[in-house]
Design a protein around this ligand. Sequence first.
Ligand code: AMP
Ligand code: GLY
Length: 427
Amino acid sequence: MKILVVGSGGREHALAWKLAQSPRIQLVYVAPGNGGTATDERLRNVPISDPKVLAEFAVREGIAFTVVGPEAPLAAGIVNLFRARGLKIFGPSREAAQLESSKDFAKAFMKRHQIPTADYETFSDPVLAHAYIDARGAPIVIKADGLAAGKGVVVAMSLEEAHGAVDMMLADNKLGDAGARVVIEEFLHGEEASFIVMVDGKNVLPLASSQDHKRLQDNDQGPNTGGMGAYSPAPIVTPQVHARVMREIIMPTVRGMETDGIRYTGFLYAGLMIDPQGNIKTLEFNCRMGDPETQPIMTRLKGDFSKVVEHAIAGTLDQVELDWDRRYALGVVLAAHGYPDTPRKGDRISDIPAETANTVTFHAGTQLEDGVLSVTGGRVLCVVGLDDTVRGAQSAAYATVNQIHFDGMQYRHDIGFRAMARKPEQS
Ligand code: AMP
Ligand code: GLY
């Protein structure tokens, strides 16, 4: 069997790495892939990004199924296109992907289906938006309606910052069409967790819980990023929290989409805020797996993932049970100089240790050209360590991080600190 993974990040490297372990799979194509997927002999990069050309490639190569990593091709309708050509693909349709591609769609959906989330209003008129902010006060959160590659959310601690965000999006059009409408919502307190499930239209299969670290620097300082590290499981997602999230958020979302006439298929990621009283609210939906959450999650998943994806495509996820490595997996992201605003390209990467039983290094913004591995994007590598304890997983990951070198390398030293502050509980 030959299969195709669409994307070029650490998430796609981890998905391809896991799928390639299946004895049934001869080759995993990754489009366009990165320097890491170029190095693994079970994987092969395909320099195609246009969904139409990819569909032709899938027909020509007899691809058994395709898995899509990032949101952009999903929002552009790659699933609709593949299905129209009779190709098997796992992901949401363009319509279903609106849960991520339009914050207004997602908020209106949650309100309609009584799914817990922050109070909000949507604006396209800056005058009304400014007035709303003055009436509500700070802290307050301003979100561009459309996809903005991680730059669309401003958590404003002051009124000044909030007004500035509205001007940036609605008046100065800094985010283009994505910022032509904004959602302004209530600031939520608590601890975040990532809750990711697979959906086949009807059945839901939860993956292991995880937690991301969004800020650039230690102790959650500095700007927001796509994610500087993640671990799985997340101790905050206790069995009680898990059951509530399924009952109050995930199942009403899948059923609600069905009621609204948009069957949801694909990975579904609910970003959660859990407050000290144990109330759970949905911060956002993503119509894909998380990056870097995928990297620790995939290293813990046992068994043949290709069979799971086939069940998901066939609508028979109710026949699947997942088996997890009991250990913690903890991933540390190594980012380029200047990330997140102006990542520098071209730095040469050296000394990445080979995979062992308790460490794996996934690539993201890397390329391999003429035998030279170099930086091509903001998040460059994600080093995952595994161990029975969070501390042990952290030590394993950082022992590998310390061997890797590229100029300007930035990373956090405290990935996993929240889990270590908490008494261990199983998720
Ligand atoms: P989002 O893309 O909507 O998840 O927002 C990105 C990040 O902004 C989240 O991971 C949170 O850290 C933060 N955030 C978003 N919405 C809120 C909110 N209502 N209250 C507090 N923080 C938020
Ligand atoms: N790590 C957060 C995300 O993938 O959206």
